[in-house]
Ligand binder design. Structure first.
Ligand code: ZN
Length: 192
């Protein structure tokens, strides 16, 4: 897998307020801890072993996502999250409200929410166990390995998200999505 070298877009800070604590955020804090314990999102020296988000409102594309290099080992706090308000795919600008930069895969999360209106949670992890099982179980996957944080990866993932609730980004990690966080979590936890 490619070495992490920061986000590949420009972050526009609309405000430095972290997203408000809410039942959805509490739920994401719970799942991030669980995913770390189960080695689905193992922390690496460069930072986190994945990124997780939920859609803020059913009819909009705004979403709350973990910040870049967030360690899942520790209980996440509101400051570890960023609200993504808009993404300009041409300019590669991500407009946010928060104290830190959003996850390097924010464009992928945005595109999936934008194209899949019934999806309200996206959990992405770098799990070697799942990558190994993927071959045995013939799980759906991107055809080739694509650079992290790229529009190409976001487009390939979104194409799979239209058909599958769980799939593999080749040589990179898994994506679990669902109508609710519980459903997305179930899609990944059933493999460990
Ligand atoms: Zn990743």
């Amino acid at each position: 897998m490619e070495i992490y070298e920061g986000v590949k877009f420009t972050t526009e800070f609309l405000s430095n307020n972290s997203p408000k604590i809410s039942p959805n955020m509490e739920e994401l804090i719970h799942w991030s801890k669980k995913f770390h314990e189960k080695n689905l999102c193992p922390d690496t020296p460069q930072g986190s072993g994945g990124n997780m988000s939920y859609r803020l409102n059913p009819s909009k594309d705004d979403f709350v996502i973990t910040g870049t290099q967030t360690k899942m080992k520790d209980k996440l706090r509101p400051e570890d999250f960023v609200l993504v308000k808009n993404v300009d795919l041409e300019k590669k600008t991500v407009s946010v409200s928060g104290k830190i930069e959003p996850s390097s895969e924010s464009i992928m999360h945005y595109l999936t929410y934008n194209r899949c209106p019934d999806i309200n949670a996206i959990f992405h992890g770098h799990s070697d166990i799942i990558l190994k099982k993927a071959k045995e179980l013939s799980l759906p996957h991107t055809e080739i390995e694509l650079p992290y944080g790229s529009l190409e990866l976001a487009q390939a993932a979104t194409k799979l998200a239209l058909k599958h609730k769980f799939f593999i980004l080749k040589n990179h990690g898994f994506i679990a999505i669902g109508k609710t966080q519980d459903r997305a979590a179930y899609e990944a936890l059933k493999f460990v």
